[in-house]
Design a binder for this molecule. Structure first.
Ligand code: G4P
Length: 533
């Protein structure tokens, strides 16, 4: 097989699954891995999850609340293609983390519960994809349960997301009357058979020609007529699937199925292989000049979109997830961090295959490798052989909740500082150090992040902490010339802080206050997001 970077990148499909909690993301992930030959039995993802969860106590929160807060990557080779599935955290408190993960994805699968359609979290995640122009494939799940009228589901996609739905299949009934679906491209009918617990491996009957004689074994004449009419109607009412419109983010191909019953999942995977884009050129800057990095460029480049600590309790190191953008990465090679100039030898890069972690001997654009390190790598870092390339940073968002944090045992104050810095480097929470006073202020997008944080501080750092209300409600990064910022800071000492990168931050009691000071200091920018890297 060719190992030219361009050819290898062209067979990568790096995607994420987005959904509202309970729509079936975990079940679909598992069944995609099954379809891709990465795992052999259903239940493995969950079992693997359980295993992983027992490793660190803070993840009890995940288990107790039935949510998934830690993202990971699963890689599998199938049908000549290399799929990288990025797992995004589902809970809304973790939207920032999700946002960052989506920066590393080239496409997204949007899972809808057929009975519920577009739910609030689907909408939020969709907006993130749209911001980043990520093409979206729709999977309407749980067809084995009573579903909404599929035409209404498509209408909802069109009206709520302003996206043209292009169904590639059309379902015959739902729930107890779900009989299968018609492939609108080939006119083949895919029969559905309910699989019971003891015939898991039998699969579904083979597709048959819709116009042929064999279909009568699966559909009675009424059902056949209904399906034919429905398919005709929808094809008249919707635009035909246009791969270009999909890649540009105007259209979504729609698949139907039941992740739980492994129906429609093979078709979804084939669709991803056929239509989801390989990695494309990425905007970057090189010593200040704008440029584009193509996947086939010889220099190895990439950016860190996530850092996770303590994945393995035996090793206290952190794993930085590096999304490669170009070149042929080889184990042992040296990469430089653009903003710090530090060089690191990547001797033990990890690829995350579904069943196991393996050392990555080589990797290409689109792949994600895990780099164990001791805090050298941060979210948003750009890595390359020359160390000169910088990808547009991953933003930090202004936190929505700010709290003061104290450690119960005052002798451990120094320890707390290190622990808080560690968590901030991972991007779990943001850390602000006020210019006046010794307390730290931590910021998060949602309340749950504080609970995760308290749990991790207790279990990983043996620190009992208290969160207290802080006088501040908003944080803004200051931009402008050094003199302007200094002038502003001197006049607002009690509201000034620095973040983990020593950037100046204005802490305000209300959004109104920000508007008020912004009017008086027109030359200073009060930014809601900060590009890192
Ligand atoms: P999430 O990751 O998006 O939160 O959803 P998850 O896959 O955990 O699925 C949520 C619930 O929906 C699970 O049931 C799961 O079995 C069920 N489910 C997922 N896909 C389908 C489908 O295609 N058909 C049907 N009928 N159900 C589906 P649960 O009872 O909450 O969990 P469990 O006890 O079955 O694990």
């Amino acid at each position: 097989m060719s190992t030219f970077p361009a050819a290898e990148a062209a067979r990568r499909r790096t995607f994420a699954i987005i959904s509202h909690p309970d729509a079936g993301k975990t079940t679909l992930t598992e069944n995609l891995l099954l379809a891709g030959g990465a795992i052999r039995a259903a239940g493995a993802v969950r079992a693997r999850g359980e295993n992983r969860r027992t490793r660190s106590d803070w993840m009890k929160i995940e288990r107790e609340r039935g949510i998934s807060v830690s993202a990971s990557v699963m890689t599998f080779d199938h049908d000549g293609l290399m799929f990288n599935l990025l797992d995004t955290p589902g809970h809304e408190d973790f939207s920032e983390d999700t946002y960052r993960t989506l920066t590393a994805a080239d496409a997204a699968v949007m899972v809808l519960d057929a009975a519920k359609g577009i739910e609030p979290q689907t909408l939020k995640l969709f907006e993130v994809c749209r911001l980043r122009d990520i093409p979206i494939v729709t999977f309407i799940n749980k067809m084995d349960r009573e579903a909404q009228d599929p035409i209404e589901l498509l209408d909802e996609i069109a009206s709520k997301l302003a996206l043209d739905p292009a169904p590639l299949f059309w379902p015959a009934g739902s729930g107890g009357r779900f009989k299968g679906m018609l492939d609108l491209r080939t006119q083949q009918f895919l029969p559905y058979a309910k699989r019971s617990a003891d015939n898991q491996d039998e699969g579904h009957p083979q597709p048959v020609a819709f116009k042929g004689n064999a279909v009568v074994s699966y559909l009675d004449p009424d059902e056949q007529g209904e399906l034919e009419e429905g398919a005709m109607l929808i094809q008249e009412a919707s635009k035909p699937f246009d791969p270009q419109a999909f890649l540009e983010g105007h259209m979504t191909p729609v698949f139907f199925g039941s992740a739980l019953r492994h129906f429609g999942v093979d078709e979804l995977l084939a669709g991803l292989g056929a239509y989801a884009p390989p990695p494309k050129a990425v905007a970057a800057s090189k010593t200040g000049e704008g440029t584009h990095i193509a996947p086939g460029d010889p220099e190895v480049t990439g950016f860190v979109f996530k850092v996770q600590a303590n994945m393995d309790p035996n090793h206290r190191d952190r794993i930085a997830f590096l999304r490669l953008c170009s070149g042929k990465f080889q184990r042992g090679m040296k990469l430089k961090v653009q903003n710090t100039g530090r060089q690191l030898s990547v001797n033990a890069p990890i690829m995350f295959f579904a069943s196991d972690r393996e050392l990555a001997e080589e990797a290409f654009a689109g792949d994600v490798i895990g780099i164990p390190n001791h805090g050298v790598l941060r979210v948003g870092d750009s890595l390359s052989e020359t160390g000169l390339l910088r990808f547009a940073g991953l933003p930090n968002f202004a936190p929505e909740i700010l709290q003061r944090v104290r450690v119960k045992d005052p002798l451990k104050a120094k320890h707390l500082k290190k622990a808080l810095e560690g968590l901030a480097e991972e991007g779990v929470t943001q850390l602000f150090r006020p210019q006046i006073g010794s307390d730290f202020i931590v910021g998060a997008v949602g309340q749950l992040q504080f609970e995760v944080m308290a749990d991790r501080l207790a279990n990983e750092y043996q620190l009992e902490v208290l969160f207290e209300a802080s006088p501040f409600a908003e944080a803004r990064w200051l931009t402008g010339t050094a003199a302007e910022i200094e002038d502003f800071s001197n006049k607002h000492k009690t509201a000034m802080a620095t973040d983990i990168d020593d950037q100046p931050v204005f802490l305000a009691k209300s959004a109104w206050e920000i508007g008020y000071v912004a009017e008086r200091y027109e030359k200073v920018g009060f930014e809601r997001t900060k590009e890192r890297g």
